[in-house]
Design a protein around this ligand. Structure first.
Ligand code: ZN
Length: 705
């Protein structure tokens, strides 16, 4: 799942409300008890498995007026290990019409109890784990009767949604779509809410003839029912977790594409069919890239992507049928400002990490989400180069660091208050950055071989974090407990104070690093680091391992270096304080090789605003090869004198019209309007308002006011 930022904030707010419980005194007659929820130890175990669903067949139709789902479910199941005469299913707020055992073509009624949440079926006899049986359930699901706070946690948990069901909203199409993760699919069909429960499935969806349907797997056949309705039969032959089952109904245009011999398709509202290939067209190349990189071909029968209205999240990786929020309904112009390839690559990568190998419990959710987030990095790195990928890595690091309170929880958490809280910057962005450090620690070859082993060993099954460690240890031959313990099974991050000096008497470079994180709650980290020592433009690389609270490294050197660049690969998940000088940052901008080197230097030089050397280097950065550095460097305009500003006017004008990235053009228009006399530049704005990018047009219109 990819969460939209607004939703993410809501989830975070909810977390603080529930997590910050304070002791509260309650008087009960003569006895006083102290209630302190925080003192109760929580351990969120993986679910105990008593039954195993092998296949679910659903015959579904919908009543738009009442938003009811009329369902008939045939569930092929067996005891998981121990013999039992019971099958317990999650079924939230249903009306149960009939529960029977299916034997050949006969149905034999079964006894059951139903408390509105659990349908507990007494089978006709004790079954052993080698005996399959099929139960049939005729039911009505009533998702809009579920009460928030009682039956479901939030309005985002209905599981199935009827959009514009009365047809009164003229600007909105009528749609039905589902969202199963985490445990919401049992709001529309009886099942077992456990990510370990994997099944094959068959969905027969009856809708009015004008609607298109989508579900997991392939469309086996469609039959007209002679009453204006049609039944589409979708079947998925490969098992997947029950939270990944989906359906969607609506007026969609299907744009067909292809990867190798598999169908790739994009379901959009007809009005956006013309841009479907523009928005989703890189999908086959992504599938080829991920298949090759992982050594495991895209494992499912087809890949469809559908854009729906009012979606409860950013996107959801339902197996073979990803659902996206309406932001991906884009015009050609909007695509220039935001292409959403991060979200598209994220959901596709889930088809290996999440759908093929699934986290065994919500505590292990980072096995799904860290990987999907890292999939975004891998795609950027392959398609657009390391600069673009490192910018994405920086965004992830910032998202994690910007939330001070969330840093207090472990990445793999067995004590969350609510499973929805697992969908946060720790599971996603911090986890993604940890995987990048793991890759750098073992090397590319071992990293991708280990991922291959993880995916092949656990295919169509589940895994927990130790399974990941074990494949990395098996492939690399290294012990990696230290890495997994400090990063995945701990909270926080290193806070490093780095100071470098040259000792002229002893002719040596001294690097002192102090770890100043709170060691009562955070680990003392072991961190392998690269250090580049520059003499002129030539750098010599040294590898060091930081593992003490206060550690000094010395290297003999005949003359004072121009720069000592600690963490030369710039991927350590840490807060860093360094004692570099203006001259050293200026040198770093001009000589160090990475985007992150240059960006770090520009940001530090912007802080040294009155220094002319700092200003001249940042002005140089207006022509940097990275769009984000060009964009960031425009902040220098604020510190320039009138004459200095005039000296860069031509360059800023040039950026408004000719920079190849629309965000830079838009920012240049805004800066031209802010720091120069707008009246002098109307001719520029009259040209830029004709730009194709909505961001540039918006900035130009506001400049022309
Ligand atoms: Zn995700």
């Amino acid at each position: 799942m990819k969460i939209k930022m607004t939703l993410c904030c809501q989830i975070l707010a909810a977390f603080f409300l529930t997590a910050c419980s304070t002791p509260k005194m309650v008087n009960l007659d003569t006895v006083t008890v102290t209630e302190n929820v925080a003192d109760v130890p929580i351990y969120r175990n993986a679910y105990t498995r008593t039954s195993d669903i092998i296949n679910t067949r659903l015959d579904l139709s919908f009543d738009w007026d009442s938003a009811y789902v009329k369902g008939r479910a045939s569930i092929l199941a067996k005891p998981y290990f121990y013999s039992t005469d019971r099958l317990n299913l999650n079924a939230n707020g249903f009306r149960i019409n009939n529960v029977s055992l299916v034997h050949n073509d006969d149905k034999k009624p079964l006894e059951y109890t139903y408390n509105g949440k659990i349908l507990s079926i007494k089978l006709d006899k004790q079954y052993s784990r080698n005996e399959n049986y099929t139960v049939f359930i005729d039911y009505i699901a009533m998702p809009y009767k579920l009460r928030v706070g009682e039956d479901i946690t939030t309005d985002g948990d209905r599981g199935i949604y009827f959009i514009n069901r009365e047809g009164r909203e003229r600007s909105k199409p009528r749609q039905i779509w589902t969202q199963g993760e985490t445990e919401c699919n049992s709001n529309w069909f009886p099942t077992i809410n456990d990510p370990q429960e994997k099944m094959t499935q068959e969905l027969n969806i009856t809708v009015a003839n004008e609607f298109v349907t989508l579900s997991n797997g392939t469309l086996e056949f469609s039959s007209l029912n002679g009453d204006g309705t049609r039944t589409d039969s979708w079947r998925q032959e490969q098992p997947h977790s029950t939270y990944l089952t989906m359906l969607a109904v609506g007026d969609f245009t299907i744009t067909k594409d292809k990867w190798r011999d598999k169908e790739v398709s994009y379901y959009t509202e007809p009005a956006y069919a013309s841009t479907a290939k523009l928005v989703f067209g890189n999908t086959p190349e992504m599938m080829e890239f991920f298949s090759g990189k992982l050594g495991v071909d895209y494992p499912w029968e087809k890949y469809s992507q559908i854009v729906v209205r009012d979606f409860v999240s950013g996107a959801m990786e339902n197996t073979t049928a990803t659902v996206f929020f309406e932001g991906l309904n884009m015009t050609e112009g909007q695509y220039l400002d935001e292409n959403y390839e991060d979200i598209i690559s994220h959901e596709l990568f889930h088809h290996w990490f999440g759908d093929l190998v699934t986290a065994e419990s919500w505590s292990n959710l980072p096995l799904n989400e860290s990987f999907a987030t890292y999939g975004e990095y891998l795609w950027d790195e392959y398609k657009y180069g390391r600069d673009a990928a490192d910018l994405k890595g920086l965004e992830d690091l910032s998202a994690y660091l910007s939330n001070k309170d969330k840093r207090k929880v472990d990445v793999i958490r067995f004590d969350y208050a609510d499973r929805d809280h697992m969908f946060d910057e720790i599971s996603y962005q911090k986890g993604g950055r940890i995987l990048h450090m793991l890759r750098k620690t073992v090397g590319d070859d071992a990293f991708f071989k280990a991922l291959n082993l993880y995916l092949t060993r656990h295919a169509y099954k589940n895994a927990e974090i130790h399974d990941l460690r074990l494949v990395f240890e098996e492939v690399s031959g290294m012990d990696l407990n230290w890495f997994f313990n400090q990063w995945f099974l701990s909270s926080g991050h290193p806070v490093l104070n780095i100071s470098t000096a040259y000792d002229t008497d002893n002719k040596e470079v001294k690097i002192n690093i102090k770890q100043s994180q709170d060691l009562s709650v955070n680990p003392l980290y072991k961190i392998p680091l690269s250090v580049d020592i520059y003499q002129g433009t030539k750098a010599e690389r040294k590898e060091i391992v930081l593992e003490k609270k206060d550690q000094t490294f010395t290297f003999p050197l005949a003359v004072s270096p121009d720069l000592v660049n600690v963490d030369a690969e710039k991927y350590i998940l840490a807060e860093k304080q360094e004692n570099k000088t203006l001259k050293e940052y200026a040198f770093q901008y001009q000589n160090a090789p990475l985007f992150m080197d240059r960006l770090e230097a520009v940001m530090k030089l912007l802080d040294m605003k009155d220094e002319s050397l700092a200003k001249s280097i940042v002005i140089m950065a207006l022509k940097d090869q990275s769009w984000f550095i060009r964009y960031s460097a425009m902040a220098v305009l604020e510190h320039l004198t009138e004459d200095e500003r005039l000296a860069v006017l031509k360059q800023i004008k040039d950026m408004t019209l000719h920079d190849k990235v629309s965000q830079v053009r838009a920012a240049a228009v805004a800066n031209l309007a802010k720091y120069y006399r707008a009246a002098d530049n109307r001719d520029v704005f009259i040209q830029t308002v004709k730009d194709k990018s909505p961001a540039v047009i918006r900035a130009s219109n506001s400049a022309l006011k």
